[in-house]
Design a protein around this ligand. Structure first.
Ligand code: NA7
Length: 531
């Protein structure tokens, strides 16, 4: 215990990434005292930690920026349609400076635990370095994909080469030029990374467990005229995003793929395939993203696109996904991924056929071979949504921990808050779709709730058990029907051994979620107990 860090604050925000920065801005605008603790040495969180080569947006840059400041929108130039990590990190730093947010942020501050003090009704935040802070309200802006996951392979501690996880890429970089490099994992991250480092490594071994449906990103530079149009049209751009299920700019074709002729269908598939980003599926026939015949028809179209690009038919078949539906896992975007496997110095190892047994001092041992490596990179994903919460000891009323409470999956109302944890807003568990579009209205909602509590003479707001039970059941029932729950992915916690299999995000679309939250607020915070 090294004493108190000022305060007590009206609101403590854990994290200074996309959500945390906006929360600081909004809460301060409302006249509240705010403090953020951020474990990184800089702001940006996801865009701070993910420095791996090839890291970039795959939603359009101009849909990913904050909308809260017209001045910011007009000042900031996105150079590329899908902006890369260095620029994205600069953007968040620019925001922190422009709105003078740094004075509310303590960097290099890892939060060990947060404990609700029932007597004074404050949350006590305990930092790794022994410092403490107290606040009336607490917001976990800790991200949904921040608790990086390294599989528990025996022998990793004896590996003589360098290794890292993509989500903790060293600031000084990794020296890969001419080296024998291995990458485990072929999700959205692995696919970006592999494509980029294949240009410089000596030899690359890709350990793939599940082949993915990756689709061409088709990035490009934004020319000055387009830049001008973007800046003139931000209200329309954001309005369009707000109208779609995941707050992306692409709108489904209301027709079924099955109601048009095979020629028309193929013509649309091809036309959209030539377009950048997520248009290929989110502007396609609506039922391409619903389990069923149309989905399988499109999956086969994508499989053939993969086959066309890989020269060795044996390698091509390994890269073609066959065991899960198109869109049931996050669809990675790529910029030359499949061609990497036409390079002589690249080897694809199917670890479903021959699983990894252990890491040896020299490299990776599968059931049938040892692969010698100088560098091993884990692109093995994240303990999503609940992982970042579970890595903090969160104690609510009666000393109950959130981790114990969430052992069989999250129990919340709308992801936002959990019974027995008053004045705690788990905003990181409530996001759906395009992240910045989702986080702004969420932060606004939470800020308004906090003001409502204070303006009406209350001190505490807590979800009722009934409301939480209702929501938890809704997630389970409605979730069972959607594409995202049909495969073993982070969406349902199935990527982490032993984690309960439950949809970790809302089964509802972003507009429905906004409407539900608005209704709760309009009814005086129905489902919450105000004291
Ligand atoms: P993902 O999408 O969870 O991908 C992780 C990859 O790592 C995936 O290919 C996994 O195979 C693989 N993996 C995980 N554990 C193992 C083990 N034990 N052995 C072999 N392979 C393994 O994480 P990303 O970082 O790519 O993307 C996360 C999100 O970030 C993404 O959805 C975007 O929204 C941005 P699997 O498929 O499980 O067989």
């Amino acid at each position: 215990d090294r004493g108190e860090h000022g305060g007590p604050f009206d609101v403590i925000v854990i994290g200074a990434g996309v959500t945390g920065l906006y929360a600081l801005y909004r809460l301060r605008e409302l006249g509240l005292s705010v403090q953020s603790f951020e474990s990184g040495s800089g702001v940006g969180s996801t865009w701070y930690w993910n420095r791996y080569p090839g890291c970039r947006f795959d939603s359009e840059s101009y849909t990913y920026g904050y909308s809260f400041s017209e001045e910011l929108l007009q000042e900031w130039d996105w150079k590329e349609y899908y902006s890369g990590q260095p620029k994205n990190e600069r953007y968040l730093n620019y925001v922190a400076d422009k709105f003078d947010l740094r004075k509310h942020i303590q960097l290099n501050s890892h939060v060990n635990s947060i404990v609700f003090d029932e007597e004074d009704g404050l949350w006590q935040v305990n930092l790794q370095d022994g410092l403490q802070a107290r606040g009336q309200f607490l917001i976990t802006a800790v991200g949904s994909l921040s608790a990086y996951y390294v599989p528990d392979f025996e022998g990793l501690d004896r590996f003589q080469g360098d290794w890292c996880h993509t989500g903790r890429w060293p600031a000084e970089g990794m020296d890969l030029a001419g080296k024998r490099v291995g990458v485990i994992g072929t999700g959205a991250t692995g696919i970006q990374l592999i494509t980029e480092i294949a240009k410089e490594v000596g030899h690359l071994t890709v350990f793939q467990r599940t082949a993915n449906y990756a689709a061409p990103l088709r990035n490009g530079l934004i020319d000055p005229e387009t830049q001008r149009q973007i800046k003139a049209n931000y209200p329309d751009i954001f309005k369009r995003c707000d109208e779609t299920a995941g707050s992306f700019i692409h709108k489904f074709d209301p027709r079924s793929a099955l109601e048009v002729t095979p020629e028309e269908r193929l013509e649309q598939y091809e036309r959209l395939w030539a377009e950048p980003g997520f248009a290929k599926w989110l502007s396609n026939f609506y039922d391409v993203m619903i389990p069923g015949e149309a989905n399988e028809d499109y999956a086969e179209f994508v499989r053939n696109k993969i086959r066309e690009r890989v020269k060795d038919p044996v390698v091509a078949e390994k890269l073609v996904p066959k065991d899960h539906m198109f869109g049931s896992k996050r669809i990675p975007c790529e910029s030359g991924y499949y061609e990497v496997f036409n390079q002589d110095n690249v080897l694809l190892v199917d670890v479903r056929e021959a699983p990894i047994e252990c890491i040896t001092p020299k490299g990776v041992q599968t059931t049938d071979a040892e692969y010698e490596l100088d560098v091993l990179i884990f692109a093995t994903g994240y303990d999503a949504v609940t992982g970042p919460l579970n890595r903090i000891e969160i104690r609510g009323e009666g000393g109950e921990t959130l981790k114990d409470k969430f052992a069989n999956g999250p129990r919340t109302l709308m992801g936002i808050s959990s019974a027995g944890f008053p004045n705690l807003f788990t905003i990181n568990a409530a996001s759906v779709g395009n992240f910045v579009r989702a986080c702004e209205p969420l932060v606004d909602w939470v800020s308004e709730a906090i003001c409502y509590v204070r303006d009406n003479g209350y001190t505490r707001i807590a979800v009722t058990r009934e409301a939480e039970d209702g929501w938890t059941q809704h997630v389970s029932e409605a979730g069972a029907k959607i594409l995202r729950t049909q495969a073993n992915s982070w969406f349902v916690g199935a990527n982490i051994p032993g984690k309960a299999r439950v949809l970790l995000t809302s089964p509802d679309t972003a507009p429905v979620m906004r409407a539900k939250r608005a209704e709760v607020a309009a009814k005086g915070y129905e489902g919450f107990l105000l004291q």
